[in-house]
Ligand binder design. Sequence first.
Ligand SMILES: NC(=O)c1ccc[n+]([C@@H]2O[C@H](COP(=O)([O-])OP(=O)(O)OC[C@H]3O[C@@H](n4cnc5c(N)ncnc54)[C@H](OP(=O)(O)O)[C@@H]3O)[C@@H](O)[C@H]2O)c1
Length: 266
Amino acid sequence: MKISFIGAGNMTQAFLKGLDRSFFEHEVWVSNRSQAKFDMLDYPNITTSLDNHKAIQNADIIILAIKPQQMFELLEASRMDIKSNAIVISLAAGLSMRQLERWMFPEVKLIRFMPNTAIALGIGSIAVCNNQNVDASELILVKELFKPCGSLIDIDENQFELFIAASGSGIAFVYQIMESYIQIMKELGLNEAQAKSMIIDTFIAASSMAKINPDLEDLMNRVASKGGTTIEGLNVLRASKLNDILMDMCQKTIHRSQQLSEELQK
Ligand SMILES: NC(=O)c1ccc[n+]([C@@H]2O[C@H](COP(=O)([O-])OP(=O)(O)OC[C@H]3O[C@@H](n4cnc5c(N)ncnc54)[C@H](OP(=O)(O)O)[C@@H]3O)[C@@H](O)[C@H]2O)c1
């Protein structure tokens, strides 16, 4: 298969890092409007090009990895190059499938991906939805190809904003919580290196264990024995406004995502 990434920015680079060797047995192309980013793509068997037409023509899978604001111009210039049975994957936040179909053609086989940056390490999450032109076997093929990057989660297109709050942006919210935790441990007496190392390890340990056993209540009960230290801290969290704060954080994120999406449809 010929698989072409359009745009050689952050997301294409993250995907290329996360994909496994078998992906590169295909004919992989990356096109970009300027040369500089190609220097960061040190992979055997990749064809780089400044010419989108060459990358898109005859491609079986096309990954649109440019900014949403750049999409109309690209598709206006290149939609005629997309072969009728190609599968087009859009990474663009806020651009609906309906909008993208309008900018290409109604029969286009279209999949939307919403990845987070952890795909580079193979532990990412990718929200996935597709239009009615994509059949089940094509969806399976695409999911198999991108599986090394992390979990691919089928959701309705109207839930993409929730995915952003939970995962896309969510990863930054966790960093902020880690930073606050580190700051507090420093105020309590650890030095920077100690605090960072302990808190990062705590998050790794907690999420690794939760991946194996998703029953969080059970995991907490195993740590929090009656009359012990953990229950004291947990009680503080449970009596706090933590849920209200997280709700506000998610709602504001979702609202901003909706606003950006509306601006793009104009
Ligand atoms: N970054 C994230 O965490 C994230 C998460 C989820 C989804 N996304 C989505 O992924 C997409 C890509 O984001 P990104 O962060 O990778 O953006 P980025 O780093 O800005 O990369 C976009 C690349 O596209 C190139 N480009 C722009 N117009 C072009 C055209 N007409 N033809 C060829 N190349 C063109 C740019 O070239 P230059 O080098 O010349 O500027 C740039 O290298 C966006 O739609 C975004 O919404 C991003």
